[in-house]
Design a protein around this ligand. Structure first.
Ligand SMILES: [Zn+2]
Length: 271
């Protein structure tokens, strides 16, 4: 082995020129490595000097970290502490509000005024129960992508006399819901609590495709559980809707709370 190496260097001096690049390449590699090390050092140095003043900034980050730590200790929870969660939001739509009158009675009573009265009462009751409640118009600017725990749109049926069966309420959920079982539970809760609060009967025969495909259902965020309630017929149920709107609102608010707190409720027949 050694014998092979010695002769090869000694016996081929003519090849010494082409071989020069070899050691030169080696030294270039070393130089290259040095350059890299210097470059990396420079970057690290820059990062270090950039980072140091940030850490020494008065208040700011340091204060924030201290707050996070104290918050974590106070709560006894695990670090990192998530940012405080906003209070759950509930959306209540006063049907037709801001758009049109809805159904109109011969004496001038409008559906929209009945809806708004009920919706305002529902908002108050749910606010009292500790929730943030948005009172929304029929085509509210906030509606596209609206994200809430629950959304309920409040309407009332025609003021025309149809027949003696045109009385009672009905509830429908969105066909476009991402969680149909949740929407169904909201319907069950609303129907059950509304019936209890008002003593009105469920009017299952008249759930229309218009209700299930209600425009709002397609505008809101698909995670928002939503339902529409027709609180009654303005003709035969007028007294309940106008003289006893507190009970009407109670039924809707209780239905929303039933859903939120996962209380049991049976789905009315025919729904
Ligand atoms: Zn309506």
């Amino acid at each position: 082995m050694l014998q092979d190496e010695i002769p090869s260097e000694m016996s081929e001096p003519g090849f010494s020129e082409p071989r020069r690049p070899r050691p030169r390449r080696a030294s270039m590699n070393i130089f290259g490595q040095l350059t890299t090390i210097v470059a990396v050092s420079a970057v690290l140095a820059t990062l270090f000097t950039a980072f140091t003043p940030l850490g020494l900034l008065p208040g700011g980050l340091t204060e924030w970290v201290a707050l996070q730590l104290s918050g974590s200790n106070a709560g006894g929870g695990s670090f990192p502490t998530p940012t405080p969660r906003p209070r759950p939001v509930i959306g209540i739509v006063a049907g037709h509000w801001g758009n049109d009158s809805g159904a109109v009675c011969s004496d001038g009573l409008t559906e929209v005024e009945v809806n708004l009265d009920v919706a305002t009462r529902v908002q108050q009751k749910l606010t009292d129960a500790g929730f943030d409640v948005d009172l929304l118009q029929e085509y509210d600017d906030r509606m596209p992508g609206y994200n809430a725990l629950v959304l309920v749109s409040i309407h009332a049926d025609t003021c025309e006399y149809i027949d003696d069966n045109a009385t009672g309420f009905k509830v429908a959920s969105s066909l476009a819901s991402s969680a149909p079982e949740k929407a169904q539970r909201l319907v069950a809760c609303l129907s059950n609590r509304y019936q209890t609060a008002t003593g009105m009967r469920y009017h299952p025969a008249s759930i229309t495709a218009h209700m299930s495909n209600y425009h709002t259902f397609n505008e809101i965020h698909h995670d928002t559980t939503a339902a529409i309630i027709e609180t009654g017929f303005l003709n035969l149920d007028r007294q309940m809707l106008t003289q006893n709107s507190n009970a009407v609102a109670d039924g809707i608010a209780s239905g929303v709370l039933c859903y939120i707190y996962n209380e049991s409720a049976t789905t009315p027949e025919g729904n």
